[in-house]
Design a protein around this ligand. Structure first.
Ligand SMILES: [Zn+2]
Length: 340
């Protein structure tokens, strides 16, 4: 027996040829796109590559793609967890699940690619993406605490300790991100014509912002500050030395905040063990958008949203979900009327 008989080299070569052909077509597709939209051409090429990877992981050939392959890919993009697939996870797995608009965009790119590929000699009888579309829900759902969960969280945390009450005040009352809440400093508490204020660092667009504190949250935050005039509002047990050479308790880490939230979730019974730090912010923004007559710009500024589009998502969801205003217990009933 010769080596050539034992190893089926013809199959290997055919396989190589197929792969090169699909990849070459995708390169050609990118070059064509680059003539019109140079900035998106590489993205289109990457999209085709992701799909090829997906096909090959399951032993399928991108050059012999059929509609069921595309449907399976769309399912994969929508799945909240990694479905069983052979081999290591690839880049796309880290971003699951993709929003409907993103899945539709990917489908559009694939459809355009196969249109190009068929016109350039790929032996498919029909575009595998023909007639497919991603169902887009009227309003994208936003995970939020309901009114009772919000009350249980707020009351339970304040009952437990000043520190936990202050943390919930920052996340639920002020809608802060955990990276913002952990950096809050006592010397940045203040006052203006409307009442108590807080100056803090916005991590997303990196700037100092001063907000008016809702009075229930202000009370919880000041209880935690006590008679201290400066330093971390939420100190960790660790000591540190500031740039000015002052020895003080360090700020909590992101993991420290997560750890405290996990404990709060257990003793209050609100989403025990499953309380992402962003849930407070999402709840706070959603509830604010149920208050009638409150201009979009007011809450957009308060919550530090960079774009109106981000903020409109919450507004659309709140209007679609709630028929009556929902008052955030960490803000009270009058907060928005005073600030607006
Ligand atoms: Zn995976």
């Amino acid at each position: 027996m010769t080596g050539a008989d034992f190893f089926d080299l013809s199959a290997l070569n055919a396989d190589r040829l197929e792969r090169r052909t699909a990849d070459q077509l995708a390169d050609g597709f990118r070059d064509l796109k680059a003539l019109q939209h140079p900035e998106t051409a590489d993205r289109y090429r990457a999209e085709a590559g992701y799909f090829f990877n997906f096909m090959r992981r399951f032993g399928a050939d991108p050059a012999a793609c059929t509609q069921p392959h595309v449907l399976r890919y769309l399912d994969y993009l929508a799945s909240p967890t990694h479905p069983q697939h052979p081999g290591d996870c690839w880049d796309e797995c880290r971003h699951l699940p993709y929003a409907p608009s993103s899945r539709q965009h990917r489908l559009d790119v694939l459809r355009a690619f196969y249109e190009y590929a068929i016109a350039n000699g790929l032996g498919l009888s029909a575009n595998p993406c023909a007639g497919l579309s991603v169902p887009v829900p009227a309003v994208e759902a936003i995970d939020h605490l309901d009114e009772w969960e919000a009350h249980d969280l707020w009351n339970g945390a304040r009952e437990h300790s000043y520190r936990d009450g202050a943390l919930v005040a920052l996340l639920l009352g002020c809608g802060m991100r955990k990276e913002e809440a952990r950096l809050v400093r006592i010397e940045n508490l203040g006052k203006n014509g409307y009442g108590p204020t807080l100056r803090f660092w916005r991590v997303k667009r990196r700037f100092w912002q001063t907000i008016n504190l809702p009075s229930p949250s202000a009370a919880a935050i000041h209880l935690q500050a006590g008679d201290r005039a400066e330093g971390a509002l939420l100190p960790s047990p660790r000591w540190t030395v500031t740039e000015a050479g002052i020895r003080e308790k360090a700020h909590l880490s992101d993991a420290g905040i997560d750890d405290i939230l996990n404990r709060i979730s257990h003793y209050t019974g609100v989403r025990p063990g499953k309380f992402p730090s962003h849930l407070g912010r999402k709840t706070s923004i959603t509830m604010s958008r149920t208050i009638p007559g409150l201009p979009l710009e007011v809450t957009m500024t308060f919550y530090g949203h960079a774009t109106l589009k981000d903020h409109q998502r919450y507004d659309a969801f709140a209007r679609d979900t709630f028929k009556e205003p929902i008052y955030n217990p960490a803000q009270g009933r009058d907060f928005w009327h005073l600030a607006a």
